[in-house]
Write a protein that binds this ligand. Sequence first.
Ligand code: HQG
Length: 168
Amino acid sequence: MRHEPEAIGISLDNQGWADVGALIESVNKARQTDIGFGELQDVVETNDKQRFSFNSDKSKIRANQGHSINIYLGLKPAFPPDVLYHGTARRFLDSILDSGLDKRNRQHVHLSADKQTAISVGERHGSPVVLLVDSYAMVRSGFLFYLSENGVWLTDSVPPGFIKVWDK
Ligand code: HQG
């Protein structure tokens, strides 16, 4: 639902929503399963990062963030904590300190309010390193931040001048 909805034969609207009935039918067809609304509700409620949400009448479902396809989530700018964290792999460090954080395949750069989340995110890529982002200074310079439904701080890019390596 975030990267290749067509792989199971569903389409999303421009805000990332899929029809719940169509999704269940497509999943069952594509994966030869027999899931129903209950299983989908379980996923929404128990997903480790609360990645998905229903709309108010639960007729639609979408991912809260992390898309690599072009989706308008309709997030409103929000004031972040003064410092945010980004976990990455040590091997990316030189490039990031040189050119800053960019969104790569995603729609935003992903940041967290706590170090532990950043460590877990970084570990996905290899030996982790945590970067401190001076979000306070970024806001003062006019950069916009958004907070996803599941608590991920998002921004378009972080220039190198706002980044420091966090040293325990
Ligand atoms: C790095 C997971 C070199 C960036 C997680 C990261 C997160 C650069 C990688 C969410 C760079 C992109 C996002 C530059 C950025 N030079 N490397 N200039 N700029 N990078 O996976 O932040 O499971 O797209 O540091 O929990 O790791 O999908 O982003 O290492 O919240 O819900 O390029 O994905 O959530 O990797 O992770 P990703 P991310 P989900």
